[in-house]
Ligand binder design. Structure first.
Ligand SMILES: Cc1cc2nc3c(=O)[nH]c(=O)nc-3n(C[C@H](O)[C@H](O)[C@H](O)COP(=O)(O)OP(=O)(O)OC[C@H]3O[C@@H](n4cnc5c(N)ncnc54)[C@H](O)[C@@H]3O)c2cc1C
Ligand SMILES: *[C@@H]1O[C@H](CO)[C@@H](O)[C@H](O)[C@H]1NC(C)=O
Ligand SMILES: *[C@@H]1O[C@H](CO)[C@@H](O)[C@H](O)[C@H]1NC(C)=O
Ligand SMILES: *[C@@H]1O[C@H](CO)[C@@H](O)[C@H](O)[C@H]1NC(C)=O
Ligand SMILES: *[C@@H]1O[C@H](CO)[C@@H](O)[C@H](O)[C@H]1NC(C)=O
Ligand SMILES: *[C@@H]1O[C@H](CO)[C@@H](O)[C@H](O)[C@H]1NC(C)=O
Ligand SMILES: *[C@@H]1O[C@H](CO)[C@@H](O)[C@H](O)[C@H]1NC(C)=O
Length: 529
């Protein structure tokens, strides 16, 4: 212990000496951490990174270049704790010194809020807190937040052929952000969201106390199942109710262009996607591509599907509900559930170990938005979407239509903070990627997606125009710092949470009245109730 403390003190001094003006807080923070680590007997080696550490830059990397912090926006420190006492120390010191904390689990936040801030800040990166323990008999698992979805799926598959979990399709997404904000995936019509299957949690609150479901109480336990962890504390782990899947499932990915009736098929899809057997989830991807037949641009609709059953059971269901698609047995592939996670991640035929890769794909600039659809979009409306897609280069823009219904309808709007239940046919995800920075280039693509969003207003949910919290979008509104009012935050708050926003504000006011945990879209406390 003794020698580690000395090293840290030297590090702190060293940094203080090399300091320019803004670094005083930074060195105070380091010093504070050192003392805290010392008193809690923890081992801080490999936990604290400053911009001078060789691996700082790669640690900071995130998948979305649009939000990569510039040198002047970079965090003073990145802390990668191994133990909860180190997180408690970070909470204590940032409170004491007025330094903001940004918590990062998988780093996939759409607006980079886990690694970006306008104010001096430190990142608490949870990547080393990622163990998973599965209880086969109870069909449950404790998962620490730094685990990725891929790691969870991989661990489950090694334990059992039929234990699985319902969450998103992108393997490097982190448990911490994804589960606390919802978590929609290919089994959500059968097993709902990740957040709907959380049965216990461990969290560090603004006072640095470690709480579980019992000690945090049902209000706080409610908010972190869809309301996001970020406004309320630092989640350490979730206990999950696992789901049972058949040993063999069936997948297909059938694509049709406009010449193959894509418009009529997409139109018809809206009438069946939320109503079919809940074992069946037909997700729809729409892109503008160059036609292999005539070389001109066309729209390609891909029906990317998971069926929790065998192909001979799937075919009659498709024939009955969606014969126009013309699905045949040759389009379908039977496989294990874990292979299906590779399939949907575009990693078919790769070894299962690719699920463990957590380094982000870099060099991509990205902007996303979301909508909820409660009435089918008419043919005319779809044609308008096609015109928008054709304005961008091929394969650059993509719309995803994710069907709801099934078990999602059995939850009341207030059962969890995630309110998008009965009455929604599907969710739209709008996404645009580009590969060159530069403000003119970025502005062009961001304007494009905003114009599309504006066009879509007439076809989607209204009052509020709802949005999915995990597809965070700062266009919907942003807070004004520590003193953000209820009125300011309600501009975006009702869109993500509908009336649950009010309960989120009440709980926030109880558990974090000083607004310690905050970002550009965090729930504000109200000073008097
Ligand atoms: C490529 C890609 C694919 C995606 N696919 C899907 C999908 O299929 N389905 C779906 O529903 N969503 C999907 N998403 C959205 C995803 O669910 C969210 O971006 C989610 O918030 C990411 O979690 P994370 O831990 O990786 O992100 P982070 O950036 O680490 O965190 C996101 C937010 O949560 C906070 N946070 C993180 N960890 C904690 C913690 N331990 N305690 C408290 N607060 C915390 C952060 O501060 C930040 O505000 C996808 C996103 C991307 C980029
Ligand atoms: C960062 O650099 C300092 C000074 O060289 C070193 O003491 C420390 O261990 C490094 N941190 C990590 C996490 O490697
Ligand atoms: C397209 O749909 C029409 C009817 O809606 C049908 O007559 C026609 O055969 C379909 N074409 C293809 C290529 O499936
Ligand atoms: C392809 O585009 C060209 C130029 O716009 C047009 O003249 C031609 O008719 C198109 N071909 C088809 C098959 O649509
Ligand atoms: C489905 O097919 C389309 C068109 O070929 C392709 O672009 C897409 O990546 C495929 N999706 C999956 C999950 O394989
Ligand atoms: C995966 O393997 C199958 C069977 O060998 C093959 O038919 C298929 O083309 C491969 N798919 C990809 C995406 O490589
Ligand atoms: C927020 O409010 C507090 C107390 O009213 C005040 O002292 C502080 O200056 C305000 N901060 C900002 C950033 O407005």
């Amino acid at each position: 212990m003794e020698s580690r403390i000395i090293i840290l003190l030297i590090l702190a001094t060293h940094l203080a000496l090399g300091a320019c003006s803004s670094a005083q807080k930074n060195s105070d923070f380091l010093e504070c951490l050192t003392i805290q680590f010392q008193s809690s007997n923890s081992a801080p080696d490999g936990v604290i990174y400053t911009p001078r550490n060789a691996s700082y830059a790669s640690l900071l990397l995130a998948f979305n270049q649009r939000l990569a912090p510039t040198p002047s926006e970079r965090p003073e420190l990145i802390i990668t704790p191994f133990h909860e006492s180190e997180i408690q120390a970070a909470v204590y010191c940032s409170r004491k010194l007025g330094m903001q904390i940004r918590v990062r689990s998988g780093g996939h936040d759409y607006e980079g809020l886990s690694y970006n801030s306008e104010n001096p800040f430190v990142i608490v990166d949870m990547r080393n807190i990622r163990s998973i323990s599965i209880d086969n008999d109870e069909k449950s698992a404790w998962v620490q937040v730094g685990a990725t979805l891929g790691q969870l799926y991989h661990t489950l598959a090694r334990k059992s052929k039929t234990l699985a979990f319902t969450a998103g399709v992108c393997p490097p997404v982190g448990v911490g952000g994804h589960f606390s904000g919802g978590g929609y995936g290919m089994m959500s019509r059968k097993h709902a969201l990740a957040s709907d299957n959380i049965i216990d949690a461990k969290l560090i609150n603004a006072n640095g106390q470690v709480l579980d479901r019992k000690s945090m109480g049902e209000d706080l336990f409610w908010v972190i199942r869809g309301g996001g962890g970020t406004s309320f504390g630092i989640v350490l782990a979730f206990k999950l109710k696992l789901v049972i899947v058949p040993e063999i499932v069936t997948v297909f990915n059938v694509s049709r262009t406009l010449e193959q009736n894509a418009t009529q098929l997409v139109h018809k899809w809206q009438y069946i996607a939320d109503k079919v057997d809940e074992n069946l989830l037909l997700r729809l991807f729409l892109r503008s591509v160059r036609s292999p037949i005539h070389g001109n641009r066309t729209i390609q609709a891909s029906f990317t599907t998971l069926f929790l059953g065998r192909v001979h059971n799937l075919l009659p269901i498709m024939q009955d509900s969606f014969p126009e698609l013309g699905l045949v047995e040759q389009d379908c592939i039977e496989m294990s559930w874990i292979e299906s996670t590779l399939f949907f991640a575009g990693l078919r035929n790769e070894s299962l170990d690719v699920l463990l890769i957590r380094t982000p794909q870099t060099g991509i600039y990205f902007k996303g938005k979301s909508d909820y659809v409660r009435q089918p979009i008419p043919i005319q409306g779809l044609r308008g979407i096609w015109r928008f897609l054709n304005q961008e280069d091929e394969n650059r823009a993509e719309l995803q239509f994710s069907p709801y219904g099934g078990v999602l309808n059995t939850f009341s709007e207030s059962e969890t903070p995630f309110p998008h239940r009965s009455g929604n046919i599907f969710m739209i995800h709008y996404g645009i990627v580009w590969t060159r920075g530069g403000s003119a280039e970025s502005e062009r693509h961001i304007n494009w997606i905003r114009r599309l969003y504006s066009y879509m207003g007439r076809y989607v949910s209204r009052s509020p125009r709802a949005a999915y919290f995990n597809y965070r979008d700062l266009d919907l509104g942003r807070n004004a710092g520590r003193n953000t009012t209820y009125e300011q935050a309600s501009v975006w708050g009702f869109r993500y949470f509908k009336n649950n926003f009010n309960r989120l504000v009440r709980v926030k006011s109880m558990v974090d009245p000083s607004n310690f945990f905050r970002n550009e879209q965090s729930i504000p406390p109200v000073s008097s109730s």
